[in-house]
Design a protein around this ligand. Structure first.
Ligand SMILES: [Fe+2]
Length: 167
């Protein structure tokens, strides 16, 4: 086998080796990061809309925090997609419409939290297949931040200030 083909772009030079070793190739990474980006964009919009009908301050504070995080991860994912020379999707995941069809803010929060758990599962499937150390570290931060937000939402949903409180 010859060494690296001189015509290969630098960043993909060892892609065949990486795929052989079980790492995700460029196309698979782009698909996975795009799916996550569209999900995070949906989360950003749901959280933003939900701050407007917050039933209490804890709910509003959580939604503002979640929105800030979702926007942060959108920017991170877009940065890596650009680095992969991919077109950065401007679509918003279908999850957004489904969530906004839920009128009750507490039920919407529970639904959003299930979406956040889906994101954690996606990240945990993807992470072992990511070869790039920087991307791996950022995906791990994204997963950890999602876990914190999921726990905070569960605490709020189960707290005396949560949905069980009579209006
Ligand atoms: Fe998210």
């Amino acid at each position: 086998m010859p060494d690296d083909e001189p015509s290969s772009p630098v960043c993909y030079a060892n892609e065949a080796d990486a795929i052989y070793m079980g790492y995700a190739g460029r196309d698979e990474l782009i698909a996975a990061l795009t799916e996550l980006l569209e999900a995070e964009r949906a989360g950003d919009r749901i959280a933003h809309a939900s701050t407007k009908d917050a039933p209490d301050t804890g709910y509003g504070d959580l939604m503002r925090a979640v929105r800030g995080d979702e926007a942060h991860w959108c920017a991170m994912l877009a940065r890596y997609l650009k680095r992969l020379d991919a077109t950065v999707s401007t679509r918003c995941g279908a999850f957004h419409q489904k969530a906004m069809a839920i009128a009750d803010p507490w039920e919407r929060l529970a639904f959003l939290n299930r979406g956040q758990q889906w994101v954690v599962r996606k990240l945990e499937t993807l992470m072992p297949r990511v070869r790039d150390d920087g991307l791996y570290a950022d995906l791990r931060k994204m997963r950890d931040s999602h876990r914190v937000n999921i726990t905070m939402a569960e605490m709020l949903l189960n707290s005396p200030d949560g949905p069980s409180t009579p209006a």
